[in-house]
Write a protein that binds this ligand. Structure first.
Ligand code: F0G
Length: 460
């Protein structure tokens, strides 16, 4: 597979240092075998997340200089509002400091104890905010997503037949909001088709349930629709994005992904007469800041206005997805399993396939992430049972649908040579996978979002 050359040149660089294997072993032990506990200077290639880790363009840095830092009514806010009106077609948008802040503002408006929220798959913070609002989160992903080795298009789709069953079982009045996550991060960054977004909209209208888009990776999703869904090949990315957003009532977006900014989020409401706008403003003022800045500085709003347009540039998206596909193709040659076809923002390695002898209670995806760090200083993360945590009602360890080790690729940061280092490290680990007999046990964990802070120990 050919690597698509970067559609940019590099103006500013950050030096990297490589530790020895024994130094890395010491560092990760000191961090309690939690990759979030490492200092970034001890990491060579950081694939922990694609969130807030992208490289801003010279145009974005230029825009930073004209940020209007007024407390209320900053011109940078109006510019961002016009950008969002143009790209998403929404009359009301609300800046917030990042995606989970949008979830914190929105979820209590739709959910309370006894209510459910259903999604093609919740991201961990979205699930946490459903639960913090008193609700219960139900994942309803396309069954094709459950077989990482079986290639299928639009694996991120909602299982709409199952969705209707769940609505009937719980009662439509008890379902507070239906969430479509694009791309479907937890299932592998895999896309959702326009047909599925539309069909889910029809179900939401029929049962009078609010419909929300978790739009963190909206541009990458639009690229897949253009490339793979019939009827969209001749549409522009902008047209596809507008259509995606036209089917939902509200969106929450972490702009740290496809907004290509280091911090920022948005909430949007399609109907400018909706009575939820007042509630959103009230929650934002309490939690985030006045509603024209929402916890961001004027310069952040400016960088976001530029980043949103850069993210929907088809040339950029072709390179972006191409880079992820290049890494995946190298793994194919080595027989290393991952959620296939690969999604938009990274490779989700199938750790259950690499370590079939390690049970979910010993966190195989965390095992692989730790091996990658020890092998080559690469930082990845577990998107499996270790991240999923315990049942909020029984306190028992939940079994995730997947044991993924995620290699999330930051936008415009690493080169082809870095991708080769990652592929070579994985090939080495696969060669000795049978010698890694046991996983890890948790020594300490917090109640919510435990994977960020838990302390672990290898099982002897
Ligand atoms: N929704 C999705 C689909 C996400 O992937 C994330 C964050 C959020 C919401 C929350 O946004 O971080 O800005 O508060 N995902 C990051 C990740 C953290 O690594 O996948 P946030």
């Amino acid at each position: 597979m050919k690597y698509i050359p970067e559609p940019f040149k590099i103006k500013s660089v950050e030096p990297l240092k490589v530790l020895t294997r024994s130094e890395r072993e010491q560092k990760i032990m000191d961090a309690g075998y939690n990759l979030f506990g490492l200092s970034s200077k001890d990491v060579y290639i950081d694939l922990l997340t694609d969130s807030g880790t992208g490289a801003m363009s010279a145009q974005q840095w230029g825009a930073v200089m004209v940020g209007d830092e007024s407390y209320a009514g900053a011109s940078s806010f109006y510019k961002l509002r016009d950008t969002c009106k143009d790209i998403f077609g929404y009359g009301y948008v609300q800046p917030v400091h990042q995606g989970r802040a949008g979830e914190k503002v929105l979820m209590p408006i739709f959910l309370s104890p006894g209510k459910y929220s259903i999604s093609n798959m919740f991201f961990d913070t979205t699930r946490a905010h459903v639960e913090l609002a008193g609700g219960r989160a139900i994942d309803c992903v396309n069954p094709a997503a459950r077989n990482p080795r079986t290639r299928a298009s639009f694996k991120g789709n909602m299982d709409t037949a199952r969705l209707v069953e769940i609505i009937k079982e719980k009662g439509a009045a008890n379902v507070g909001v239906i969430v479509m996550t694009v791309t479907n991060n937890s299932a592998g960054g895999v896309p959702v088709s326009m047909a599925n977004i539309r069909e889910t909209a029809d179900i939401c209208r029929q049962y009078k349930i609010p419909y929300m888009l978790d739009a963190a990776r909206f541009a990458e999703n639009a690229f897949f629709i253009k490339r793979e869904e019939s009827g969209y090949e001749d549409k522009s990315i902008l047209e596809i994005v507008r259509e995606m957003f036209s089917y939902v009532d509200v969106f929450a977006m972490s702009c740290k992904k496809d907004g290509i900014v280091n911090i920022g989020g948005l909430v949007g409401v399609r109907d400018t007469n909706s009575n939820i706008i007042q509630k959103i403003k009230a929650n934002t003022i309490s939690y985030e800041g006045f509603y024209t800045y929402g916890g961001l500085s004027g310069r952040d709003l400016e960088a976001l206005s530029v980043g949103l347009y850069e993210a929907i540039d088809e040339n950029y998206l072709r390179y972006r997805i191409g880079q992820v596909e290049y890494l995946a193709a190298r793994l194919d040659s080595a027989g290393i399993a991952y959620q296939s076809p690969v999604g938009g923002h990274g490779v989700f390695l199938d750790a259950a396939d690499m370590f079939p002898h390690i049970p979910y209670t010993e966190y195989p995806a965390q095992v692989l992430a730790l091996e990658l760090y020890k092998e080559a200083g690469i930082r990845a993360c577990d998107i499996g049972s270790y991240m999923l945590g315990n049942d909020p009602d029984t306190g028992k360890q939940l079994q995730s649908e997947f044991e993924f080790t995620r290699l999330a690729i930051p936008r415009r940061v690493y080169t082809q040579a870095h991708m080769d280092v990652v592929a070579d490290a994985l090939i080495n680990i696969k060669a000795r996978a049978g010698e890694i007999k046991r996983g890890y046990k948790i020594l300490w964990e917090p109640d919510v979002l435990r994977h960020f802070q838990a302390q672990l120990e290898p099982i002897k």
